[in-house]
Design a protein around this ligand. Sequence first.
Ligand SMILES: Cc1cc2nc3c(=O)[nH]c(=O)nc-3n(C[C@H](O)[C@H](O)[C@H](O)COP(=O)(O)OP(=O)(O)OC[C@H]3O[C@@H](n4cnc5c(N)ncnc54)[C@H](O)[C@@H]3O)c2cc1C
Ligand SMILES: NC(=O)C1=CN([C@@H]2O[C@H](COP(=O)(O)OP(=O)(O)OC[C@H]3O[C@@H](n4cnc5c(N)ncnc54)[C@H](OP(=O)(O)O)[C@@H]3O)[C@@H](O)[C@H]2O)C=CC1
Ligand code: HEM
Ligand SMILES: [Fe+3]
Length: 422
Amino acid sequence: MEKTSTDAFPSIIYSSEKQETVCIFGTGDFGRSLAFKMLQCNYSIVFGSRNPQKSSLLPHGAEIFSYSEAAQKSDIIIIAVHREHYDFLKELTEVLKGKILVDISNNLKINQYPESNAEYLAHLVPGAHIVKAFNTISAWALQSGTLDANRQVFVCGNDSHAKQRVMDIVRTLGLTPLDQGSLMAAKEIENYPLQLFPMWKFPFYLSAILCVFFFFYCVIRDIIYPYVNSKKDITFRLAISIPNRIFPIAALTLLALVYLPGVIAAILQLYRGTKYRRFPDWLDHWMLCRKQLGLVALGFAFLHVLYTLVIPIRYYVRWTLKNRTITQSKLGYLTLILCTAHTLVYGGKRFLSPASLIWYLPSAYVIALIIPCTVLVIKFILILPCIDKTLTRIRQGWERNSKPTSDGQYLKQSSIHLDSQL
Ligand SMILES: Cc1cc2nc3c(=O)[nH]c(=O)nc-3n(C[C@H](O)[C@H](O)[C@H](O)COP(=O)(O)OP(=O)(O)OC[C@H]3O[C@@H](n4cnc5c(N)ncnc54)[C@H](O)[C@@H]3O)c2cc1C
Ligand SMILES: NC(=O)C1=CN([C@@H]2O[C@H](COP(=O)(O)OP(=O)(O)OC[C@H]3O[C@@H](n4cnc5c(N)ncnc54)[C@H](OP(=O)(O)O)[C@@H]3O)[C@@H](O)[C@H]2O)C=CC1
Ligand code: HEM
Ligand SMILES: [Fe+3]
């Protein structure tokens, strides 16, 4: 049992091999954290520093030299210095010629400088190969080993050999490199860490809109209609019954919206036949805020469960027990399927029957099912072996146009078909 478990973690095997020597400029938080992590993976680390004698708290096993001495000891140099202090690199142009410089820097504001930090570095040290990487990883996460939630490292650069070497390091550290193309992508990559708040903005406004819409929808169906029709005053429903209708609907819709961009991404990749073309901005942005959408969905689901258990249990008690185990397990397609199924079962026979239409309005949950069912149907099509195979190849870097095959031709047609279905 123990023996097979190592096979599941190739990074453990990698790390038992002796790796190359890598130079890190700067002995600040990030430089030290990265060195710590790289030493664990058996790299040899040499630091370059302004004060090689004074530097303290260095991870055990790392050597330290002046900047120019350190640079001579490795052909990969990670620049863990703030952009504002890059000037000294100009004097090292001779030593740095032909070397790979990894720019990991971030700024404090979006579009703080006209050109990205990496392009600025390329301008300062024209003879070196610049690669942008690691900037979305925090020093804290590197050192504490809490990277599980965020294993992706965006990498870009003009020299493909240099980029490949950096991506190898990323992989050896147990992280996932995402090739974002040429150095022109650096600006966008540098903006990612600063978009933390904007990433919450979209889920926040979206849930507000959903809540308001379904609130009025339910008020019309459940309160105004009975009042107009039979003069029944059931405004008390505003307190629990209506919120407990809005919360699960918002949860289900948001949950579906977590998976919708992945499905759109897959269709786009199939259609284009490559993963090396940039997604439109809206999709990119949506991909990035999936985690936030998921958390908001979880919040609403939690409120729904809370409300359901707080009001007298006059509904299907069996559901309580059955679903509780589900919400605790992984928030994935399984949850989406189960929540959709739960809503379908709840709808039961009344689903779309003319009797449930009020002023031509179907029950709110029927509307809430549109997006989840669409996502599930497309997802189901995408995991059909013939389509999944091509998608997997595309995601592994295969390009349809560079190697046209009869298989590719077939897919071109079927993906156009899929696109029009959406
Ligand atoms: C912020 C951001 C920007 C992106 N920009 C672009 C872009 O500009 N252009 C572009 O083409 N792509 C882009 N991608 C897409 C990226 O290359 C992946 O293809 C995509 O993220 C995978 O979709 P997902 O995140 O929904 O995957 P998941 O939900 O992880 O996977 C969806 C399904 O695909 C399968 N799968 C995913 N990856 C692989 C793989 N490598 N091999 C085999 N099966 C796999 C999974 O098993 C799963 O069944 C971007 C991704 C992100 C997060
Ligand atoms: N901290 C983090 O979580 C993250 C940081 N980054 C990026 O990493 C880089 C380094 O950040 P961080 O380690 O936090 O910063 P620190 O301020 O902790 O360290 C910066 C280091 O740069 C070196 N340096 C070289 N020239 C100068 C100078 N003129 N003035 C001051 N310092 C100089 C110093 O090392 P020495 O004294 O040895 O010369 C110093 O320790 C930045 O570009 C940052 O954007 C990116 C992602 C996350
Ligand atoms: C412990 C977990 C859960 C329990 C006990 C539960 C129970 C219930 C009950 C009793 C109803 C009927 C409500 C009514 O008659 O007004 C209901 C409706 C619904 N539930 Fe859940 N549920 C759970 C989890 C979830 C989750 C995780 C989701 C989706 C994210 C979800 C989505 C829905 C939807 C969309 C409806 C229909 C709302 C309506 O139109 O009234 N439920 N649930
Ligand atoms: Fe967003």
